[in-house]
Unconditional design. Structure first.
Lengths: 408, 408
């Protein structure tokens, strides 16, 4: 491969830049001449917004900083490629730019929607006898890509959620003599409850854990919810409940739609959710008179690189490296997947899988991992998730704050 | 001193337990027999809810864990002592319990309202010839106690706010080609803007900083606010604005009251604010059509011990130690204050000050430190706050998460 290009797409994660680092590292090992980065994903690429990563990563210090930098270093987009038959011009333009820069391989770091981009580009290349290869690199805090055991980005969000919940639970338990305080913590995850489930990890030797977890995979009944909080308040002065933003009432409405807030829609037609925790907190306060508070982790749960999981960082780098290795072997139209081996402690390795089986498929939590009665996660989930939050990569501090690597 | 007792009161901080650690350490150095802790502050004390700190702190490992434990290890309260003339019985009961446990000194770690408790107890002791001494130990993320240069707890919250904002700013800047995204971050601080001002610290070599900071000390005009956001959106695709929860419109209404949310009142008659950021985000979205998001730091900004400032931890321990040292010298009715020496880098030391000049007085940000025109903090503030966020005390991790010390 002479030159290659890497892009980032969709919502960022705490470790999405470690995959860029991995792509760069392996490419340089293989003697690739130029490693380009597309600024703002395929949308920026179409405007030839391209940088040469040598300008940033030509020293070890910057490489280490990149791994400690939150959000998409290259910039991201939510641009959805049109169907090939609907708009051939876009595809022609993409290959024109690839040819112009003598790019032999394109790597796209993203989630479900981004894998669709890789699928269509590799399909187009095959149909039109283009030489370029296209590889998907998994990334999503939602952990909802199929086939792969888990997705880079998830472990760090899970670690942030569990760390922060341990602190929130301590804080909420401060006041003992007053009437019970109900804290409702809203966690991201539109359709899959992997992130909200990570709240279960907060329970350990030095923390009593959350009192209940509500996932989009389970049924949610508002009256039952309020009754269950009231029941908890009979014996506990501090109640902390984790709720997925994707929780729906029995008639299929998102809980946040119960309030009168404006619901916006993004480029993929997803509803822009917010306020599910606050909505529930208001309802509980009104109906029971209990003191309530809502906390929404918002983008903090995907941007908190300062408390990222080292396992996650290493795996994000690994999948980036694997993508380049396999592209160099001539593979195309694949996504890198992570496989797990629990036979002797936790180890993981990278493999590749046909992108057609991955794009636009969503993986949800197995229902048998959910303890519906006690509103908690079962041991199977803990065994699955615990290895993913292990280890830390301390930030590099300057003048009291973590240093990042940013584009000029 | 034979025995002493220490209590924690008001909203917790990331380092409030380091002051308990300091009290314990100095007391043991001075040969104090028993160091008691009141569980849930003076309110728990009145129910004789008392523990012996030897049961927890008799080894170095637990002492180190205590300094890394968020929230009030002993539990807290918002109980306000009645005026002496209104309810002598409460005071008689307190001294009865002090006598029963042979307690010679009481230490209360708290903010404005808690210092009022120390004032009244020391006044009562003097008037009634009681031998016990009473010392206040400063603590508040709000940084609004007078006389002392700053308050333990503030530095760590400021460090959390700046660290998190650096991550939020990166995250918000991810998407470049779409229309501008306005992120409004709500920061605590009812009447004093010290915490919101800490948003200014996010600006450094690797971060462009926030676009505007709104403090309760400044005038706030809603139309001007919306116009200023629209102006920013003409040239920037990512806009991040820090707003104090205490921001008021010109007719004296808290911004969050503009929405139709229920406003509750706490035991001290403070309004329980929430939703100022969300209210402004909704208003901007409606009036300008810009994409908005609100982030509320809520209790995260006072509980994030995992990213606490080492300077703050050390000073919190120092003020606890100083209180015991001076009580042992016979002082009473005083609060420990921190004085700063900037002559040769930053150093600080502890002194004591008459509690009558401190209780119920609120210190605001000097208006001359605010750049009203550019909606930023001036260099004077940066010079003041920067030393307070220096250094880190890494959490002790077990199985991927920070370990805490908790009461049995």
């Amino acid at each position: 491969m002479k030159n290659i290009i890497v892009g980032q797409s969709g919502g960022p994660t705490a470790v999405i830049n470690s995959s860029v680092a991995g792509v760069y590292k392996k490419a340089k090992e293989l003697g690739v001449e130029r490693v380009y980065g597309m600024v703002y994903g395929i949308e920026g690429f179409l405007n030839e917004n391209i940088i040469d990563l040598d300008d940033y990563l030509n020293n070890d210090e910057n490489y280490e900083l990149l791994k400690r930098t939150p959000s998409a270093f290259l910039g991201s987009c939510r641009y959805k490629l049109p169907k090939i038959e609907d708009n051939k011009e876009v595809y022609e333009k993409i290959f024109e730019i690839l040819d112009k820069y003598e790019i032999d391989a394109l790597f796209y770091i993203g989630g479900n929607d981004s894998m669709d981009t890789i699928k269509m580009l590799s399909d187009y290349a095959k149909e039109n006898n283009k030489k370029q290869v296209f590889m998907g690199v998994p990334k999503t805090i939602d952990n909802d890509l199929p086939i792969t055991d888990h997705c880079p980005g998830y472990g760090s969000s899970a670690k942030y959620i569990a760390t922060s919940l341990k602190e929130v639970i301590r804080d909420n338990a401060s006041f003992g003599v007053v009437k019970p305080t109900v804290c409702i913590v809203e966690i991201m995850g539109r359709h899959a409850g992997w992130l909200a489930a990570a709240a279960a990890l907060a329970k350990d030797d030095t923390c009593e854990g959350v009192d209940a977890i509500y996932l989009p995979e389970s049924k949610f009944d508002l009256d039952e919810f309020v009754a269950s909080v009231e029941e908890l308040a009979k014996t506990k002065h501090s109640i902390v409940i984790a709720v997925s933003e994707g929780v729906k009432t029995s008639d299929g409405k998102f809980v946040c739609e119960l309030s009168n807030e404006h619901i916006a829609v993004d480029a993929f037609g997803h509803k822009q959710l917010s306020g599910c925790g606050q909505t529930l907190a208001n309802i509980v306060a009104t109906r029971t008179g209990l003191k309530t508070r809502a906390i929404e982790y918002s983008t903090l749960q995907r941007a908190a690189t300062h408390i990222a999981s080292l396992t996650d960082i290493n795996e994000a780098e690994m999948v980036g490296m694997k993508a380049v290795e396999e592209a160099n072997n001539g593979k195309t139209g694949m996504m890198v997947i992570i496989t797990r081996d629990d036979s002797n402690g936790y180890t993981s390795s990278a493999d590749t899988y046909d992108i057609h089986d991955i794009a636009n498929v969503e993986k949800k939590i197995p229902l048998e991992w959910i303890d519906e009665e006690n509103k908690q996660m079962k041991e199977e989930f803990i065994k699955y998730a615990k290895p993913l939050i292990q280890g830390e990569l301390a930030p590099i501090f300057k003048d009291g704050l973590p240093v990042h690597l940013i584009r000029k």
